[in-house]
Design a protein around this ligand. Structure first.
Ligand SMILES: CCCCCCCCCCCCC/C=C/[C@@H](O)[C@H](CO)NC(=O)CCCCCCCCCCCCCCC
Ligand SMILES: Nc1ncnc2c1ncn2[C@@H]1O[C@H](COP(=O)(O)OP(=O)(O)OP(=O)(O)O)[C@@H](O)[C@H]1O
Ligand SMILES: [Ca+2]
Length: 576
């Protein structure tokens, strides 16, 4: 065995084949040598993608040693599959069982590889806090974690504290209130709703600790260090799909183990003092109605969205609205430039300096006392008024299995902007064409009734005469209205009988428990639509990452690179 300061090299055997193995710099590679000493196929693994090095011949699942000698060691690493879904390809656990010429060489290899791992992969997590939603998606969260994720964590030497949730918002509250010392990240096993809980917990906690009032829409929020990992087990899994390229639990687990880090833009959605965060979609009109309708059919599982999508489509509604937006810098990028945000994206990495001009890289601290208020909100607002089939705002492309290229295919994960898509009133065929283009290669923005803008902030209001009649109900607020809202939450069918002061209750078929419930009473006008809703309505609801917002007139603002995920963006499948 030859060892110098930059390179370790020796002959090794896999079965009866001889290999020349090298560890140099960032890579470990092994090349087959045939009987005539000719070099054949080489496998090369970046040290940062080594999952673990074990003595002996180790199998995983069940993790056990098979018959071996003290000449063997096993290397586990990230293996890329060539068969993808057209966007990303799954990763699996690669395994190579090497036999060394002597025990001394074996021990040297194990030591050298483990040292290289520590040096070249310093930001791996050691301890994780895992939340499993047993009811998300097809209700397979617990099984997915125990059969696919936990054995890989064990192999990589990661310990985890697992909480199986018993109610909605438990994960969010845990992160906000409990001692998180010693955890290097928080993981959810579930869908976009579970991710949203972690997002609210992590952002809220970071602001509390930094003494920042997150409810102030003008304040510069403190970026969060605690990484979030997503093991997909939900119905849409949009955030996982967009940030990794596939919704596959093993691929997500491997990204977590190697400590990948992907910054992500987050949109804050404000109405007076209420606040929600969104990453994948703030949608009004079609997507709001689909969500409201789908909550009535939760029992259908992931299919509820397709069923509700058809029902709402057949209703053919459009809604009046006044949209104002603050454009992003069109010199940097545009939603129609056909540049896809891929792993290592230039637009995103160049955004960091612009987003954090006061970042001190030597101490890794973000100085908020230089300017507590963001200059990002300066600029000229643009106003658009009209009737819309749907209005969607997305910080990322929002690709998902249903729509592999997403709501806005050229959106960036971490550029500090969101894409605002305005689909004006059109005939049913036109709207179907728009929807259908989410599933094929045609440009969904190349339609006369669709416009898209890259923005930093958005405000939505109802046109004069359609205003929302709001009445805020806080924790100490009007108990009577709150109780009536909760009745509606329990049984949306009660909508028609729950009129208060002459107004019908908003279509709130939402989740079981909400912090600081705020309910709005909204005038409903217009025509009575067909199959899915028997009530007249000219006001829709907002779908905020799968949560129905209790207000119509909202203002949104993008916070660039506010959180970090255990991900790296979509890898370019055209690269070798
Ligand atoms: C003709 C085929 C058209 C297919 C059109 C597919 C467009 C899909 C765009 C998906 C964008 C997802 C954005 C992510 C949102 C998540 O934060 C959120 C929580 O998980 N998910 C949803 O709100 C879930 C939203 C799910 C929306 C599903 C809409 C399905 C529409 C089906 C319309 C069929 C018309 C058929 C006419 C006969
Ligand atoms: N134990 C629980 N009981 C009831 N609801 C829960 C529980 N744990 C979590 N939740 C809530 O369930 C909601 C949906 O969960 P999740 O996002 O995991 O699945 P999904 O809705 O099927 O997927 P998607 O959000 O991708 O459409 C979340 O908003 C979460 O707050
Ligand atoms: Ca963005």
């Amino acid at each position: 065995m030859e060892i110098d300061s930059v390179r370790v090299e020796s002959s090794l055997w896999i079965g009866n084949k001889r290999y020349r193995a090298f560890l140099s710099g960032w890579y470990f590679s092994w090349t087959e040598i045939d009987k005539r000493n000719r070099e054949k196929k080489t496998i090369s693994v970046p040290v940062s993608e080594v999952i673990g090095v074990k003595e002996g011949r180790v199998e995983i699942q069940p993790q056990k040693k098979v018959e071996d000698t003290d000449l063997d060691f096993t290397l586990f690493y990230v293996k890329r599959s060539s068969k993808g879904n057209g966007i990303g390809a799954p990763w699996s656990l690669g395994r190579a069982q090497f036999c060394c010429p002597s025990r001394g060489v074996r021990d040297q290899w194990i030591t050298q590889l483990r040292t290289a791992l520590k040096t070249h992969s310093p930001s791996r997590p050691h301890r994780l806090l895992v939340f499993i939603n047993p009811f998300g998606g097809k209700k397979r969260g617990k099984q997915i974690f125990h059969s696919l994720v936990a054995p890989l964590f064990e192999l990589a030497g990661i310990s985890s504290h697992v909480v199986v949730t018993e109610r909605a918002n438990q994960a969010r509250d845990y992160i906000l209130k409990k001692d998180l010392t010693g955890f290097d990240g928080v993981i959810c096993v579930g869908g976009d709703g579970m991710f949203s809980e972690l997002l609210h917990g992590v952002i809220g906690r970071t602001q509390q600790e930094a003494g920042i009032s997150e409810h102030d829409p003008t304040v510069m929020l403190q970026p969060c260090d605690l990484h979030i990992g997503i093991i997909p087990a939900g119905s849409t899994d949009c955030v996982c799909f967009t940030t990794i390229g596939i919704n596959d639990p093993v691929t997500s687990t491997l990204h977590i183990i190697i400590g990948d880090s992907q910054p992500l833009d987050v949109c804050s959605v404000h109405y007076q003092s209420t606040l929600r965060y969104s990453v994948s979609m703030v949608g009004y009109g079609f997507y709001g109605d689909v969500l409201a309708e789908s909550e009535r059919h939760r029992w259908m599982g992931p299919l509820r969205y397709d069923y509700s999508g058809c029902m709402v489509y057949l209703c053919n509604r459009s809604y009046p609205g006044l949209v104002q937006y603050l454009p992003g810098d069109s010199h940097i990028s545009s939603p129609r430039d056909n540049i896809r945000c891929l792993s290592g994206c230039r637009v995103c990495s160049e955004s960091k300096e612009r987003l954090f001009p006061h970042f001190d890289s030597s101490s890794s601290l973000y100085s908020t006392n230089v300017s507590q208020y963001s200059s990002e909100l300066e600029g000229e607002w643009v106003t658009v008024e009209g009737r819309f089939k749907c209005i969607s705002l997305t910080c990322i492309s929002s690709s998902c299995p249903r729509s592999p290229k997403g709501l806005s295919p050229s959106a960036h994960l971490a550029d500090g902007t969101a894409d605002l898509i305005l689909v004006r009133e059109t005939n049913p065929l036109g709207f179907l064409t728009y929807l259908h283009r989410h599933t094929n290669t045609q440009d969904q923005f190349d339609l006369p009734f669709v416009e898209v803008h890259r923005v930093k902030a958005v405000r939505f209001s109802l046109p004069p005469g359609e205003e929302e009649e709001e009445e805020e109900v806080g924790e100490e607020g009007d108990r009577e209205i709150q109780a009536s809202a909760e009745r509606v939450l329990e049984d949306p069918e009660k909508l028609s009988s729950s009129n208060t002061a002459g107004h019908s209750q908003q279509h709130l078929a939402g989740r079981k428990e909400r912090g600081n419930v705020t309910t709005s009473r909204v005038k409903r006008r217009g025509f009575v639509c067909g199959p899915c809703c028997t009530k007249p309505r000219s006001i829709s609801v907002w779908n905020c990452d799968g949560e129905i917002l209790p207000h119509t007139e909202i203002s949104c603002r993008v916070h660039g690179q506010l959180v970090r995920l255990f991900a790296r963006g979509v890898e370019d499948s055209t690269m070798p």
